[in-house]
Design a protein around this ligand. Structure first.
Ligand SMILES: [Zn+2]
Length: 470
């Protein structure tokens, strides 16, 4: 629909002429759509409607066979490079407005089932001939193709050509009667059959399959997917596991400000459930949530360490928001990679990394460029560590190496990067203090925490006992 409107879009995508055969196909499809949209299916018997649905699906699937030819031809002419695209996938993303994963899937499919030829131009069979044939007959869907190619790619690199061909045929035949998930399970069984005790999964094999990707989701979150070598996985687990230990249950007392004992709460679960005084809640986070938070802490640690190295570019984040958004703290800001995040989240990044903030007019013109001043000197960090001795949240005993620095008056509100406006917070309290209503103030050069009224109606400021004992 969209392509039929909008001349710009049409101009960009249809700057050449299409083959007469495609014109015929378009006309036939037009006629079919007119027929069904006019209610042409309203009177057919149930059995025929089912047959129609199946037959139409076959046509949809057969189109993939044309895709592979088109993509192979683009590559044969070296068009991606000639149009200065980084890859065929990049070219397709721009030309057809595809997501990176969809474009990569189509290219991988074309490589497996597209036409090939020798250097002298002699035609060769496709790499996956059975799958290519099933595309032409419309037996396999794009999803089937995806799981079959994944299954073949996961077979050990030592698999013989004979076994590879047999596996491809077996999976393709199965796809004629099974759903994609069942075909994927069959692929796992074939891999186990070819490699009964996993001995073929050698170090070389791990190296070949290793990979990691963060896919941005439209809502600003990310989906992580990957295959880690045993050593990478072991290192990561060894680093994450201690950081992912459950928090001890809260032992909350009402603070009186001068109390040099443990004051405040160290457990968000207690706050969230409202049992703030004398509450004793186990860590409400699931194992996988704790591993996630540990990964976040680890990334923060790496960013802070990076700031103190002399070589290598420091971690930087570039954020764009309108001047109105900066004032009202409403709406969504964009990173340089196009990810969206809330204005408060974006501004909080200034605590962790060098932040470049571009404010724009509503039409996108740049009004201003701000850059956060990061702690450049080790001396400043050492001074902060000496004063706070770790997380400054009341009752918390996390050591300095597990802490992030926090601007007491937010950087975006004019807070400076001076010692009296900075404090150390563990990852847990950095994430939790705002949602639970705590605020921090600097008094006589040290951080004091004010509990929300529902924890302490008198809102008496509290201070971590380690600071008071200095
Ligand atoms: Zn803490």
């Amino acid at each position: 629909m969209e392509e039929l409107d909008g001349n710009g879009e049409r101009g960009a995508l249809h700057f050449g002429a299409v083959t007469p055969a495609l014109d015929v196909l378009s006309a036939a499809l037009d006629a079919y759509l007119v027929e069904v949209q006019a209610g042409g299916l309203g009177r057919v018997p149930d059995a025929d409607l089912l047959a129609e649905t199946r037959a139409f699906e076959v046509h949809r699937r057969r189109l993939a066979a044309a895709d592979t030819v088109l993509i192979s031809e683009l590559e044969r002419r070296n068009l991606p490079a000639r149009l200065t695209s980084r890859s065929t996938s990049t070219l397709l993303q721009g030309l057809l407005r595809l997501s990176p994963s969809e474009a990569a899937h189509r290219v991988a499919t074309a490589h497996a089932t597209g036409p090939r030829s020798t250097l002298t131009g002699q035609p060769l069979l496709p790499l996956a001939p059975a799958l290519a044939a099933a595309q032409i007959t419309g037996t396999v869907s794009a999803e089937h193709t995806r799981v079959i190619l994944t299954a073949l790619n996961t077979l050990p690199s030592t698999t013989s050509t004979e076994n590879l061909t047999a596996a491809e045929q077996h999976l393709t035949t199965a796809a004629a009667t099974l759903r994609p998930r069942e075909v994927a399970l069959l692929g796992t069984r074939i891999a186990a059959h070819l490699d009964p005790d996993g001995t073929l999964t050698t170090a070389t094999e791990h190296q070949r399959r290793r990979g990691f990707a963060l896919h941005p989701n439209p809502d600003g979150s990310y989906t992580a997917r990957g295959y880690l070598t045993p050593s990478c996985g072991a290192l990561l687990l060894a680093t994450l596991t201690p950081r992912a230990a459950p928090r001890p249950a809260a032992t909350t007392t009402t603070g009186d400000g001068d109390n040099s004992g443990g004051t405040g709460s160290d457990n968000s679960g207690g706050w969230v459930s409202g049992s703030s005084v004398g509450g004793s809640e186990p860590d409400p986070r699931s194992h996988s949530q704790r591993l996630h938070d540990a990964l976040q802490d680890l990334a923060g640690l790496a960013v802070r360490r990076n700031e103190h190295t002399t070589s290598g570019a420091p971690a930087q984040v570039i954020i764009t928001m309108t001047a109105t958004q900066l004032t009202t703290r409403q709406g969504l800001a964009a990173t340089s990679t196009g990810q969206l995040l809330t204005i408060p989240d974006a501004l909080n990044l200034a605590d962790e990394t060098t932040l470049h903030l571009l404010t724009t007019t509503e039409t996108g013109a740049i009004l201003n460029h701000h850059r956060t001043k990061r702690i450049a000197t080790r001396a400043q960090t050492i001074a902060l560590t000496a004063r706070d001795k770790g997380c400054s949240f009341p009752g918390c005993d996390q050591p300095p190496e597990h802490c992030q620095r926090h601007h007491i008056t937010p950087w975006a509100d004019g807070g400076t990067t001076n010692l009296d406006n900075l404090t150390l917070l563990c990852g847990h309290h950095h994430r939790q203090f705002q949602p639970t209503g705590w605020t921090c103030h600097s008094r006589n050069g040290t951080p004091w925490w004010i509990p929300p009224p529902w924890i302490d109606p008198t809102q008496t400021p509290q201070q971590n006992h380690r600071i008071q004992r200095q």
